[in-house]
Design a protein around this ligand. Sequence first.
Ligand SMILES: Nc1ncnc2c1ncn2[C@@H]1O[C@H](COP(=O)(O)OP(=O)(O)O)[C@@H](O)[C@H]1O
Ligand SMILES: [Mg+2]
Length: 314
Amino acid sequence: MSAAKFPISTENLVKRYDKYNEIGPISITLERKGIFGFLGPNGAGKTTTIRIILGLVRPNEGSVRIFGEDPFKNPVKALYKIGYAPELPSFQTFFSGEDVMNFTAKLYGINQSDKRRRVKELIEMVGLSDHVRKKVGKYSKGMVQRLSVAQALINDPELLILDEPTLGMDPAATIHFRDLFKTLSSEGKTILISSHQLDEVQRVATHIGMINRGRMVFQGTTASILEAFSKDFSIKIELEKINDDILDKIKKLSYVKEVKISTNGIQVILNEKKDLRADLADDIIKSGGRLKTLSLHNATLEDAFIETLRKENK
Ligand SMILES: Nc1ncnc2c1ncn2[C@@H]1O[C@H](COP(=O)(O)OP(=O)(O)O)[C@@H](O)[C@H]1O
Ligand SMILES: [Mg+2]
């Protein structure tokens, strides 16, 4: 596939601010319609990388292409397909949300009749309809974030770059935005979301890039990363009564490696990477156990991240 087909493609980007702050090399390629979760703790280098991609910070090494265009050589061509919501959006405090949207529509040359419809639609999409006439200076942090995402969507961009978009949002808003990102992606947009909230991004991202202290620690499809790190397959169970007899019987099952008891139940670690929930349920009942719940324990990105850091620090 030619580079022009990829919404974002970077090759060995390196940015050196000073001897303590070197970011890279970072090579990422985003597939069309994918949701790329760009993850890492505070100070890892996410915002710097995003700013390089947008042509705002010049890298010391490496190259960037946006739909095949170089944002440093050909900024307008590369960037007109992008919508961007920065990490710390700021708007003129005495404008209303509606003013901000109308002004942005004007900047993009959207004509009067399309403008009204588009602004209304986007304000609804981000859940700001009740506050559209309120001055931005009176907005909460989460409301400013919502407005910033609406603004990023005004030109119906093919590529949406969102730097920590759900920072400061309440749980209901976070869920609303998770669904919104999925909808936008299913409509054909490619999305890059940076975040330090691993569990949140794990729920939406099709692809993950995890960065730590300027270095990419792993990247790939979310499914492949979780698969690689789920070294132990385990099943969590709750029994009506726990006694040595039933625990012994479970431990002796041919496919069971280990049984761990914790405050929130019993973890049965398996010998095989197989979903043996049905077999385990059968065997527990046969052994006289009274099973209340049984669920597969899935690896999380947090497990993957901690595991990677542990290996690196050895
Ligand atoms: N303009 C700058 N000058 C010097 N150092 C910077 C500058 N911008 C960012 N840094 C440093 O680069 C590192 C990465 O920062 P940043 O890209 O903002 O990380 P993140 O977005 O992952 O929190 C941090 O250590 C930060 O202090
Ligand atoms: Mg940042």
